[in-house]
Design a protein around this ligand. Structure first.
Ligand code: ZN
Ligand code: ZN
Length: 629
């Protein structure tokens, strides 16, 4: 049975849908294997089934569990945060990829311009513009472009405003007087009153005392006021900036898009209905300058079309360790023991990189990389083996290293799970006991980052957990080969990181990377750009030998420029002269009824050992230049 046969896999998929517990028998390399469909699918790629490796296979999953357990034992696994696009109707996170492919609509929102009054400056305020008024509830900072020019303007309403010079005409209507011009840099550190400092949760986090003007290179003056309100709990860029400046992240929304407890009059209101009341409240407090309709491309849910919001969510990370500000040779043993980053570098040293610059690209990534986020908000995939305590006053979590350990520690739900692959929903039924407080612990709902699957192959496919001598026989790989854009921080990285944690050994002797392919206009091929050439079309029009020559002749570390002009040139300079040599020979050999001696046909390597050569002045003259190419 061929496990790579799509028809066989489709048949199993259908049977899984029908009833995952029905019994099937399949032919393995050592004879028939019988079990439930779910069991058989979970064993795909294992020795008794044969065939390729499947990331969802049970062995693959438990190998990653063992890796994560090791990481946790070392104290490198932690719960952190990230801000992600979220559909409040579907109550689920949406990946950046789903937004890029499917997820924008042209929408019009009411965008307010708001006064942020400055401390110790009577009747002076920053003018701040936002397209998402609900995020004002969680404001922490205001960002200016350090290099931009800002104007100080006396307006007719009695206020003096600060805003970017380039936005003045659009923003301030009616008469005004420019009092001063300053660089954004001069405003850094100014303290101001936030728009919702009266909200209990904002006060509880001491945010009113933290409001400051900060610098951000990305602030422009193409729209808005050139002063950007920053709410690290409500936006991806805000969150990043918040990390840089060590700002607190206030998370105002529940999973279904309602304001949480502690948000005063806003609590329980839906994020998508709250804008008019927010404007009214700001107006009452004397903070609202103006509201304008604003039309923009806004991300929406690809399932239901609901406009997305950004939500602060729990995510799980592997701590990559300190990046010390000194040369590697000065890192002490104890510093290295603390920092996975430097342990990975030692393993990278042992690998041969082709082309050579791969080594420095990987090192560059290792020096600058942040912690590895291993969780993903999805229903199905590698079930992360992290159990958290059910007691709300206990924040303990534990990592389970495999099936045996889970069985041993289970206090509930093992019978429901037994016989299933470690996926949702069954694995979620198993509870374990919290060693800190005695309460039950429940598995987190997240699944694993797919690079965990890709990074474990040097172990999961070689029976590392079950047959160590088999693994030793094949480990490490002689060579791995992959197109390098992106891989220094994806596959090469995850593969080497996981191998460092498991065994402190390189998973491969050689990492062989090659560049990518572009169209003749120097851009990636895209159907919509009209520069894509399909394989069949190319084979038909330029000939497969020409294509083989183009690929075979390519320098690995350079991008292959592929198209009909290149093909014509290759044909003119190489393929046609080669063909002429051959045709000349065949024609005259045919006329002379010459055929090569049998000994030469049986063993062409003896050609140089005194057998008659067929040569001609033209082929002699042409061959050096042809062969040079
Ligand atoms: Zn939705
Ligand atoms: Zn506990």
């Amino acid at each position: 049975m061929d496990w790579n046969d799509p028809d066989v896999l489709r048949d199993l998929a259908d049977k899984l849908l029908e009833d995952p517990q029905q019994t099937v028998t399949v032919e393995g390399p050592d004879g028939p294997v019988t079990g439930s469909v779910e069991y058989v699918v979970g064993r795909l790629g294992m020795p008794e089934m044969g065939g390729s490796y499947f990331t969802f296979a049970t062995e693959n999953n438990y190998t990653i569990w063992a890796f994560l357990k090791k990481v946790w034992k070392k104290g490198w696994l932690y719960r952190g945060h990230d801000v992600m696009p979220w559909c409040p109707r579907c109550e689920t996170g949406i990946s950046q990829h789903e937004i890029v492919t499917d997820g924008y609509q042209q929408l019009t929102h009411d965008a307010p311009i708001v006064r942020f009054p400055l401390h110790e400056r009577e009747k002076e305020a920053l003018l701040v513009w936002t397209t998402t008024p609900w995020t004002l509830t969680s404001n922490v900072a205001a960002a200016v472009g350090p290099e931009l020019t800002y104007v100080k303007v006396k307006a007719r309403d009695g206020w003096t405003y600060y805003l970017a010079e380039g936005t003045l005409d659009e923003v301030v209507k009616g008469e005004y007087k420019v009092l001063d011009r300053i660089k954004g840099e001069a405003m850094l550190g100014w303290a101001y009153d936030g728009p919702f400092d009266d909200i209990p949760r904002v006060q509880a986090m001491s945010i009113p005392a933290m409001h400051r003007v900060i610098g951000w290179e990305d602030v422009g003056e193409e729209e808005g006021t050139g002063i950007v309100h920053i709410a690290p709990g409500c936006g991806a860029e805000d969150f990043e900036l918040g990390q840089e400046y060590d700002l607190p992240a206030l998370a105002p929304l529940t999973e279904d898009g309602l304001f949480k407890e502690g948000f005063g009059w806003l609590t329980g209101k839906h994020v998508h209905n709250v804008a008019p009341e927010i404007f009214h409240d700001l107006e009452k407090k004397g903070r609202l300058y103006r509201v304008d309709p604003y039309t923009h491309r806004y991300p929406v849910c690809w399932r239901c079309g609901t406009p997305l919001v950004f939500r602060l969510v729990d995510e799980w990370f592997i701590d990559m360790g300190e990046s010390y500000d000194k040369p590697r040779e000065d890192i002490t043993d104890s510093e290295k023991a603390e920092s996975l980053r430097y342990q990975i570098m030692d393993v990278v040293d042992e690998i041969q990189w082709i082309p050579e610059f791969g080594y420095s690209r990987e090192m560059d990534w290792l020096r600058n990389m942040q912690d590895w986020m291993i969780s993903k908000k999805r229903y199905w995939g590698l079930a992360l083996p992290i159990w958290v305590c059910d007691n709300p006053n206990c924040d303990h979590f534990q990592v389970v290293g495999g099936e045996e350990e889970l069985k041993e520690r289970s206090v509930e739900g093992w019978n429901e799970f037994e016989g299933h692959t470690p996926h949702r929903p069954y694995v979620d039924t198993v509870k374990i006991q919290c060693p800190e407080c005695g309460a039950t612990m429940t598995r987190i709902e997240d699944v694993g980052n797919p690079w965990l699957d890709a990074g474990s192959v040097a172990y999961s496919t070689l029976q590392y957990r079950t047959n160590r001598s088999y693994w030793e026989r094949w480990f490490p790989a002689e060579l791995i080969s992959e197109s390098f854009p992106g891989q220094f921080r994806n596959w090469f990285y995850s593969l080497i990181t996981m191998s460092t944690v498991y065994e402190n050994r390189p998973p491969t002797k050689i990492v062989h990377g090659y560049s990518t392919l572009y169209a003749e206009d120097g851009r990636p091929m895209h159907k919509s750009w009209g520069n894509a050439i399909w394989f069949d079309e190319a084979a038909e029009n330029m000939g497969v030998d020409t294509m083989r020559w183009l690929y075979g002749n390519q320098k690995l570390d350079q991008n292959l420029i592929f198209g009909y002009e290149r093909a014509d040139e290759a044909r003119r300079r190489f393929i046609i002269p080669l063909w002429n040599v051959y045709a000349f020979f065949v024609t005259y050999a045919g006329i002379d009824k010459w055929r090569p001696p049998d000994s030469l046909i049986d063993n062409p390597a003896t050609l140089d050992e005194g057998h008659p050569h067929v040569s001609d002045p033209w082929t002699d003259a042409a061959s050096p230049t042809v062969l040079d190419r």
